[in-house]
Design a protein around this ligand. Structure first.
Ligand code: CTP
Ligand code: MG
Length: 348
């Protein structure tokens, strides 16, 4: 971090940018930790192959999108198409072999689709925190992870903002989907929405709205997006300007009552009424639990467009989240003002 701060100072960056970049460097996952996670995935792959040669296990989520913080969990998914009835047997066999290797965890068999949670490594082989959630055949999550990854490659400020906002949400305790606030994935979609559809000139193009996109249908949803192009960026705002703009927009401008945050929609404009996302609905989840779909904060998944990523957010949760957006706006604006006047004084 000290090196990054020094490098930034050399490039004559303003103090707020230096502060944000050094925080970014402190909180994001290191290459060393990513290598360790990679080795863990290879070990798990080995186990899964040994149960069924045609099965595979892949990582998704932040480890894969490049938007991970330090000591991040591994989100993984076992792929074994057309398994049907034998799923239960296959999953419990995998779990037994993971346990035999020295991992401790839980196998949640109540769910219609099993989930394996590996919570610790009894052999203490790993330097960084170890936790791994393993699901089955969750193809859409793999595609949405690669969309996030593609966006993060277009402009370095995208990755910096997403990681800073995720870290901030965890610090402020407004990143608890089980307790009425929003998942990390939800915050990242809000950042992308700001960079694609709000700030002008835009920082990011809409990768799902382009003649160069190839349509591809997975589980009934179009997961096509433009891959592998870097687009010239006209926006030259600094990191603090973008961050302040993001917080300011979601603190004071976004119409939470009527609008839906949608990154794929051309123009980004979507209304709750148009999607029939107005009254909370209940449905049965894969573990036969009752899930309440709320629409207090409406964030459309980029591919699974019937899914509200913000469905976990309660009225009280949104109140808290907006309060933090307002507080962050005030702090950032004050810091920017303060530092420019400090620099002016220094130069005078
Ligand atoms: N995901 C999803 N739909 C949701 C929540 C999550 O499809 N409503 C998938 C996405 O592929 C996402 C992944 O699950 O990338 C992990 O979600 P989450 O843990 O919220 O994001 P991470 O970036 O992994 O955050 P953290 O570093 O906090 O684990
Ligand atoms: Mg994760």
């Amino acid at each position: 971090a000290a090196a990054a701060a020094a490098a930034a100072a050399e490039r004559e960056l303003d103090p707020v940018t230096c502060f944000l970049l050094s925080t970014y460097d402190d909180v994001r996952v290191s290459d060393d930790e990513l290598r360790e996670k990679d080795a863990i995935m290879n070990l798990l792959k080995h186990v899964v192959h040994s149960v069924r040669p045609e099965a595979d296990i892949v990582a998704f989520g932040s480890i894969q999108s490049g938007l991970a913080l330090k000591n991040s969990d591994i989100d993984a998914c076992i792929l074994l198409p057309d398994i049907g009835e034998e799923m239960e047997e296959f999953a419990s066999e995998c779990f037994e072999r993971f346990t035999a290797l020295g991992f401790e965890g839980k196998y949640l068999r109540k769910a219609r689709i099993p989930i394996i949670k590996l919570l610790s490594d009894t052999k203490n082989r790993y330097y960084y925190g170890f936790q791994c959630d393993i699901g089955f055949n969750n193809q859409l999550a793999i595609y949405n992870t690669s969309l996030l990854h593609q966006y993060s490659l277009i402009d370095p400020r995208c990755k910096q903002l997403a990681i800073l906002v995720k870290y901030w949400a965890k610090q402020k305790r407004i990143n608890s989907p089980y307790y009425g606030t929003l998942s990390s994935y939800g915050y990242v979609l809000m950042v992308l929405f700001y960079l694609i559809h709000v700030v002008r000139p835009a920082v990011l193009p809409n990768l799902q709205d382009s003649p160069h996109k190839q349509d591809l249908y997975v589980e009934g949803f179009n997961v096509g997006f433009v891959r592998g192009t870097t687009v010239a960026r006209r926006n030259t705002e600094s990191l603090p300007q973008l961050l302040a703009g993001f917080y300011g927009f979601f603190a004071h401008e976004f119409n939470y009552r009527e609008s839906v945050i949608s990154i794929r929609q051309p123009g980004g404009l979507l209304k709750k009424v148009d999607k029939d996302w107005t009254l909370a609905k209940e449905h049965t989840g894969s573990a036969d639990q009752v899930i309440k779909d709320r629409y207090v904060l409406a964030i459309e998944d980029p591919f699974e467009i019937t899914h509200n990523v913000g469905r976990t957010v309660s009225k009280a949760g949104l109140f808290e989240i907006r309060g933090e957006f307002m507080q962050a706006t005030r702090l950032l604006n004050a810091a920017t003002l303060h530092s420019t006047s400090a620099i002016r004084k220094l130069r005078a």
